[in-house]
Design a protein around this ligand. Structure first.
Ligand SMILES: [Zn+2]
Length: 153
């Protein structure tokens, strides 16, 4: 890339109106520092200069905004909220596990009876802290989030 100002006869990348892609062009006419008319080196067509970047992204944004229904955005926001909750639960788990003694964790069983603040060891989810107990169920905070599991409570 040269920092030299372009002049008529120089090659320049431009969007070709005929090829509809960025191609190499020869500058035909300049106005002050800007090329105004160029000739495509691919198809030979001469046309006004279109900067390679200026128009294209704008078009993409426009067509996307027009085509996109509202729901994906809502879904994305919901996903973000879920991710935030998961990150929060992971932080809670990390904070709790710092003071925990894994050797005191009891293996998880559907027949087990658990109390809040018990540590359990689940074969799939790993170490978890019992955060609440309801009839026949315990809510356990695992590293990848809270899960409601069967119990004998
Ligand atoms: Zn062309």
């Amino acid at each position: 890339m040269s920092s030299k100002k372009p002049t008529a006869g120089d090659y320049i990348d431009a969007r070709c109106t005929r090829c509809r892609v960025i191609t190499n062009h020869t500058i035909v006419a300049m106005v002050e520092d800007r090329p105004v008319r160029v000739q495509c080196n691919t198809c030979g067509g001469a046309h006004n200069y279109h900067a390679p970047k200026a128009e294209k992204p704008e078009r993409v944004v426009k067509s996307r905004a027009a085509a996109a229904p509202k729901t994906p955005r809502a879904a994305k926001e919901a996903r973000t909220a879920r991710t935030k909750a998961a990150v929060l639960e992971q932080e809670q788990w990390l904070a709790a596990s710092r003071d925990a003694d894994p050797t005191r964790a009891v293996p998880y069983s559907m027949e087990g009876v658990y109390k809040v603040n018990n540590w359990i060891n689940h074969p799939l989810f790993g170490f978890g802290l019992v955060v609440s107990v309801v009839p026949n169920k315990v809510e356990i905070l695992f590293q990848d989030g809270k899960k409601l599991l069967r119990s004998n409570n």
